[in-house]
Design a protein around this ligand. Structure first.
Ligand code: SUD
Ligand code: ADP
Length: 270
């Protein structure tokens, strides 16, 4: 059985407070985007993970796909499987690719082996695999709070926009990105700001990671500047970076970007 695991972007991200367990409470909007990893699961004599496409640094045994399979195996009688993953979503780039793979694998195994797990049970498993992971179970635009795992539906529709997604070839550590932010419990009224026209977002919607990450990696700040110079209605870093996206009201081709970055031109439709 095959599944297509899509990426996400964050629209706005406020770090509200640091928790005793070292994680942070935040407020962000998750929005699914149309770039995909391809997962295939086949019953086999032994269990194996077979990656292709973009190489995954940590590679084999600790891959989130195997972790998701093992987690479900603890409470369900799953046969051995071969898990094929063709990786297209840039890794460690603020696009949630690893979390998407894990969440889509949980859903795939649930369907393939008729486990009968509900959405909330699947979300419970996803929560054990990473903060970003539960979002991909529902995979619809949401305002996320808690550590990014408590959801409220929001009305955001970017289907009229052309999304340009740029991933600079620099790796940003998520844990380091959190360390570089001073939490502010007041937040920035993201829930209200998101209901206003996209053209207002430039002045109202902020990703708290940008200041620290842009200081460390000016080339990421330069990408955001370039997206605005080319007419973006709104541009922002996604999550802890390094990816930056721009929303455009008409199709564009950004010159001189492909040399130093990976560039995806994606419709805003879902
Ligand atoms: C920043 C965000 C924004 O959507 O995504 P990315 O930019 O990485 O995609 C997420 O909060 C990342 O979620 P995810 O990548 O799943 O995090 P995890 O694997 O659970 O945790 C990685 C590390 O990030 C930090 N972390 C993560 C989530 C959170 N709410 N507070 C944290 O402090 C912790 O230091 C943790 O050890
Ligand atoms: N299936 C997977 N795809 C991508 N990364 C994975 C996967 N499994 C484990 N990882 C590890 O997770 C880390 C980042 O995951 P990813 O979801 O791509 O980043 P981000 O949360 O920044 O979008 C990397 O260090 C990578 O080695």
């Amino acid at each position: 059985m095959v599944a297509f695991a899509n990426a996400k972007i964050n629209i706005g991200l406020q770090v509200l407070s640091r928790r005793e367990d070292g994680y942070h409470n935040l407020e962000t909007i998750f929005y699914p985007v149309n770039i995909y990893d391809v997962l295939e699961v086949v019953e086999a004599r032994d269990t194996r993970f077979i990656p292709s496409g973009i190489p995954i640094p940590s590679g084999g045994q600790d891959n989130l796909c195997l972790r998701a399979y093992r987690l479900l195996s603890e409470s369900h009688d799953l046969p051995p499987v071969h898990i094929y993953l063709h990786k297209t979503i840039p890794i460690g780039a603020g696009l949630g690719g690893g979390s998407a793979d894990a969440a889509f694998l949980l859903k795939l195994l649930n369907t393939m082996f008729a486990l009968g797990l509900s959405e909330s049970q699947l979300t419970g498993y996803a929560r054990q695999l990473g903060a970003d992971c539960p979002f991909f179970i529902r995979n619809t635009p949401v305002l996320a709070t808690g550590i990014g795992d408590v959801f409220e539906a929001v009305r955001v529709d970017l289907s009229e926009y052309h999304l340009v997604l740029v991933t600079p070839r620099v790796h940003v550590s998520t844990a380091a990105a959190y360390r570089g932010v001073t939490p502010d419990p007041k937040g920035r009224q993201l829930k209200t700001a998101i209901t206003h026209p996209v053209a207002t977002w430039r002045d109202t919607i902020v990703n708290d990671f940008e200041v620290g990450i842009f200081a460390l990696h000016p080339e990421i700040a330069a990408v955001k500047r370039k997206l605005y110079e080319n007419g973006a209605v709104f541009a922002s870093m996604s999550g802890s970076g390094s990816s930056v996206y721009g929303l455009f009201s008409k199709p564009v081709k950004i010159v001189d970007m492909e040399k130093d970055n990976q560039v995806f031109y994606v419709g805003g439709e879902r």
